[in-house]
Design a binder for this molecule. Sequence first.
Ligand code: HEC
Length: 161
Amino acid sequence: MFRIARIVRSIVLAGLCVIAHCAVADGDTPGGKRPIEVAASAEKGSLKNPHTDKPEMIEAGRKLYMSYSCNGCHGGGGGGGMCPPLTNEVWVYGSEDDTLFRLISLGTVDLQKQGFMRKGREGVVGPMPPHGELIKTDDDLWKIITFIRSVYKGDVSRRNW
Ligand code: HEC
């Protein structure tokens, strides 16, 4: 009995190692969590971008922004198009790191379910789709937010870095 349990355990462990290895080999930040998990577990208001406006961070964020097709809706430079611009002073739910992280992870519908209310109004009003399960790690999402901060063209006092 004991022996079988041990064999089963080692097979399960080996399987987990393979999965973990694949995830790392795929370019994931080791130990990083999906943004959706972070948004679900972190206390409201506690999320803060660990990155600064270093050019290499902005460039990494820009590449990720393109790779997740954010540009399809918000334009390559974040200036808008089909959807609201990310460059102006109007922030639909507020400009805090915590709010942007949750909006991008949860999308409009689930963000509003968590009690976030529309504060600003852009020319285009529509639902933002959730991306918190697509984006691989919270760190990747912070890089994307770093890029978004870098394209901001509004009043400097409201830049919110
Ligand atoms: C299918 C189109 C679409 C895609 C793809 C999309 N968005 Fe959005 N996004 C929207 C819409 C529509 C809104 C406005 C949401 C609302 O009014 O509730 C929005 C709002 C936002 C806002 C807040 C803007 C403001 O002025 O307050 C940010 C930041 C944002 N999106 C970032 C992203 C990022 C980063 C990605 C890629 C990971 C992305 N979006 C992908 C449609 C999209």
